[in-house]
Ligand binder design. Sequence first.
Ligand code: ZN
Length: 231
Amino acid sequence: MCLAWALDAYERVETVGFDYGQRHAIEMDCRQRIRSEIARSFPVWAPRLGPDHVLDVASFGAISDTALTSDAEIEMLASGLPSTFVPGRNLVFFTYAAALGYRRGLHVLVGGMCETDYSGYPDCRDATLRALEQAIRLGTEIPFSIETPLMWRTKAETWALAQELGGEALVDLMIEETHTCYRGERGLRHEWGYGCGQCPACELRAKGFAAWRASSAEGRKLASTNLPRGA
Ligand code: ZN
């Protein structure tokens, strides 16, 4: 979603993925398909899409023993966070991305963090990322900015954004190719995409999709009642 947003907003976009010993490689596989499908389906965006980078941060995964990096059960902990919480993950990722951006001459970092309907991860919050942006600027003497287009959008509004940026083609691409399920389930296809349907990430995605479908159906109904008679 953020890749589409960035391609719409900027002339040159490169992508970066992080290999930190995740329990499944599904998200890493999805990245390549999303890149090629976006380039194939949106000729206006294709020339803007530059190279992909994959950074190996396995040592980070090794020190954070969580349900995303081990076989531990995915559950809610006493802290109120799911056991999938990897402490400080986004701090590390953006710092690596900034070092890469510094070298590549790219000074806008775009991420899909959201604190509207999310799992409560403190490193996804706007205040955290504004502080990190400031630290990166001070630490590099480059006016980096961290853009998080999904921060204040509900999951329903994120689906609406896909529709707005790329119409049904982008909505379909999001359904078919993007992945959020913590368990890495790609066998079960729901109307909102693939996933186990049970984990916190699937629940948020399914709920947001249903809310967006309901509101866009409502919008269509309103639009048709507003049509002049005899039109
Ligand atoms: Zn799931």
